[in-house]
Ligand binder design. Structure first.
Ligand SMILES: [Zn+2]
Ligand SMILES: [Zn+2]
Length: 119
């Protein structure tokens, strides 16, 4: 005895005609999750990046490696992208450390050979 299937509730701005037992069909569920992820990443982007940086520099006012004045909030030990992949909040200052510009430069090249966002 099959449960009555309902039409998928779809997504904001998207109608879907899949039949599903509850709420959204798997496709729309996955899309909704993706949308939520990118929307919040995008929506908070610059504002949160600034507050992440501020919070990290408050926590580490001096470079954790050489003791010079910290000017860069570095994601450590996981890169921002790794945090996102693990569904951790990359804007949480506990994932960051303060570095001076020159240490950040050398750390970044070790961390990500070939530069940012290669791949
Ligand atoms: Zn659907
Ligand atoms: Zn340094």
């Amino acid at each position: 005895m099959a449960r009555a299937l309902k039409v998928c509730t779809g997504l904001p701005g998207k109608r879907c005609v899949e039949l599903t037992a509850s709420g959204r069909c798997p496709t729309c569920t996955a899309e909704a999750e993706q949308l939520r992820g990118t929307a919040s990443q995008r929506g908070y982007g610059s504002r949160h990046r600034r507050s992440f940086r501020q919070a990290v520099l408050e926590k580490n006012p001096t470079c954790v490696l050489c003791g010079a004045e910290a000017t860069v909030a570095d994601h450590y030990p996981l890169s921002r992208r790794e945090l996102v992949l693990k569904r951790l909040n990359p804007n949480d200052p506990q994932h960051g450390r303060g570095l001076c510009a020159s240490c950040h430069g050398s750390q970044t090249s070790q961390h990500q050979p070939g530069g940012f966002n290669r791949r």
